[in-house]
Design a protein around this ligand. Structure first.
Ligand SMILES: Cc1ncc(COP(=O)(O)O)c(C=O)c1O
Length: 358
């Protein structure tokens, strides 16, 4: 049985897992929060409608300038992509024929974009016995062997956060040896104080990838960006399609940066649901990884029961993110995105029922 490599699109999972999809499915497999995009998008939909008939700005304005201003960097150091996913395709071109180290388990698009570019992939394997923490000695061993190291912070799938001191140590280890690509797709769930962007000036070999998908619930709009030295930005975007970012995304994304109250509300809600879920998992004796993001990885007290549990949850309309495609987790862990309080309650209720029946 081959299950989908990504979360979301639950109908595909039901199809591939051989189950009939029940009504009232709750999808915990995707990490987009449940509160919807900022309300201005609905209120000003008419203004956005008017953008559709014109070609967008080829440099994704006004988004590019708004992102630059939000982060306090020059706009020549920013480029916008059709989601962070597009930026990983640019990076794969940058490293074509070279060597890139991935920290596994990892977001699957790193590998799939790199594999299409004849890139030799090296690995640092995170270990459950080290609580999935990235060890500096492993980084040290690898930096001399590769042209780039990809680090996801906070890490998907575990949600583990490297603090700035740890990241600076990693950036220092990479200096003069390889570039460091930090994927900050989920950093908004902690806040800008956790971002490496303000430190970039001291580390010109560091490239930051960001996504508007996660914090602003804009997965369908497709918008992400990269911040790096201007020479790197020029090289990365050389092969990008003209008008790669649509006009709606550029206009809406630019407005999102001023949504401070929205961001605070989402951060608070995710933290509160995470705390309730962690307390439940603790009570049930389920190991979990302490997460800083809006998702959480856990195991059953008896991980050998993972497969029947996953399928029983599917039948109950609960879609968990399986981890067969995450190296080292091998289906014996589950990742859940934090959803509304009532959805999380339903998850705990279904899990409780399963624990009672099994
Ligand atoms: C770690 C990580 N980076 C990047 C992305 C891609 O984000 P986007 O929707 O902006 O393409 C994802 C999407 O799931 C992700 O999990």
């Amino acid at each position: 049985m081959k299950l989908p490599e990504h979360g979301a699109n639950p109908h595909r999972l039901y199809e591939q897992a051989g189950h009939k999809q029940p009504s009232g499915v709750i999808d915990f497999s995707e990490n987009v929060h449940p509160f919807g995009p900022p309300i201005f998008l609905k209120e000003q939909w008419g203004d956005f409608y008017n953008l559709l008939s014109s070609y967008p700005d080829p440099l994704a304005e006004p988004f590019r300038s708004a992102a630059a201003e939000y982060h306090g960097v020059g706009k020549e150091r920013v480029a916008a992509g059709n989601g962070a996913a597009e930026i990983f395709t640019w990076l794969a071109k940058r490293y074509r024929g070279k060597r890139v180290t991935l920290v596994e388990p990892a977001f699957s698009e790193y590998r799939s974009t790199l594999e299409s570019g004849k890139i030799h992939i090296l690995e640092i394997d995170l270990k459950p016995e080290h609580a999935w923490q990235l060890k500096l000695e492993d980084v040290k061993k690898q930096v001399g062997n590769c042209d780039a190291l990809y680090v996801c912070n906070p890490h998907n799938p575990t949600g583990r956060l490297l603090d700035l001191a740890e990241l600076e140590e990693i950036a220092t280890l990479c200096k003069g040896k390889c570039e460091l690509v930090i994927d900050e797709a989920f950093i908004d769930f902690i806040g800008e104080h956790a971002s490496f962007i303000p430190l970039l000036k001291r580390y010109p070999h560091v490239i930051i990838v960001r996504s508007m998908t996660k914090m602003y619930a804009l997965a369908g709009l497709r918008l992400g960006y990269v911040i790096a030295e201007s020479s790197i930005i020029r090289e990365l975007t050389r092969s990008a399609a003209h008008w790669n970012v649509n006009g709606l995304a550029a206009a809406a994304g630019a407005r999102c940066f001023s949504e401070e109250a929205y961001r605070e509300r989402i951060i608070r809600a995710a933290a509160s649901e995470r705390a309730k879920m962690e307390a439940y998992l603790e009570m049930m004796g389920c190991p979990f990884v302490p997460s800083a993001a809006n998702f959480l990885c856990f195991q059953l007290p008896n991980p050998e029961r993972s497969e029947p549990f996953f399928h029983a949850m599917l039948e109950a309309g609960i879609v968990l993110r399986h981890t067969y495609s995450f190296k080292g987790m091998d289906g014996e862990w589950f990742r859940i995105g934090m959803k509304s309080a009532s959805a999380m309650e339903r998850l705990r209720k279904e899990m409780q029922q399963w624990f009672q029946d099994n």
